[in-house]
Design a protein around this ligand. Structure first.
Ligand code: UDP
Length: 252
């Protein structure tokens, strides 16, 4: 089941359904037996706004095999538009929930992104949390040639890549290079490795439950203000789209 929000299609799934879909991507072969790289993306309000003015970013986000609503803004917009998403699903929560299954099934995970040292530290801590997790490689996200990162993933023999390059760089990279990496599942996860490596603190659970994770992030990283100013614009755009949809319906 899909839910379209300002031109971006989201999968209206629960966390359990999202995990099951991701794992089925790892099992599945395409017709003809070839294995196709599948993409999971986690767009938030800021990316949806970017997609409205950037056709390349929009094309990349539309290439997702599974698109999960990261951020309370997307969920509020879905309610404004009268087609509510069932769950807000932060990319980092989805990734964390996926780790035990990757460990149990012995899939090989590559962590790509963040400043030098971040992916290594994130890998070390993730492996300590999940016994048996096979992190087959890491690489920072400040490479100058895309081909170097692709070659690193390929050489590591990764099944799964967590791509943490920020938006829309990670979506563009995934769309352009997924097939060449040899991996079967690539997941775009923004600043997840910074949190796993202990460089950035996540909002306490209560803030998240109240839908205020964005405010916590703003207080910890005030430089995000200009990015967050897009949220009211996004909600206003959803409101206008709802009016437009109603007008079209009434005419029919
Ligand atoms: N990043 C990267 N390469 C780049 C630009 C950014 O690896 O060329 C990383 C950056 O170090 C950070 C992440 O991408 O770890 C983006 O984090 P941010 O919190 O902005 O992402 P969000 O979760 O908000 O999408």
């Amino acid at each position: 089941m899909h839910c379209e929000i300002l031109g971006v299609k989201f999968d209206n799934v629960t966390m359990d359904e999202a995990l099951a879909r991701a794992l089925s991507f790892l099992d599945g072969a395409s017709p003809g037996g070839a294995v196709r790289a599948r993409l999971v993306m986690t767009p938030n309000a800021e990316i949806v706004m970017r997609c409205r003015r950037d056709a390349e970013a929009h094309g990349a986000v539309c290439a997702a095999d599974l698109a999960l609503p990261d951020g309370v803004g997307v969920v509020i917009a879905s309610r404004i538009l009268g087609r509510p998403l069932r769950e807000r699903m932060a990319g980092i929560d989805f990734a964390e929930a996926l780790l035990p299954a990757l460990a149990a099934r012995g899939h090989r995970l590559f962590l790509l992104g963040g400043a030098p040292g971040v992916a290594e530290e994130a890998a070390r801590r993730a492996a300590a949390r999940h016994a048996g997790l096979a992190v087959c490689g890491t690489r920072d996200g400040y490479f100058t040639r895309d081909g170097d990162a692709v070659a690193a993933v390929r050489a590591a023999g990764a099944d799964v890549v967590f791509v943490c390059l920020g938006a829309p760089k990670q979506e563009l990279w995934m769309r352009a290079h997924a097939a060449a990496t040899g991996a079967r599942l690539l997941v775009g996860l923004g600043g997840t490795l910074d949190v796993w490596a202990g460089r950035v603190r996540r909002a306490p659970a209560l803030w998240t439950r109240l839908g205020l994770e964005w405010l916590y992030r703003l207080l910890c990283q005030p430089r995000r203000l200009w990015r967050m100013l897009k949220l009211p614009k996004f909600l206003w755009a959803a409101w206008r789209a709802r009016g437009e949809e109603k007008r079209v319906k009434n005419k029919q």
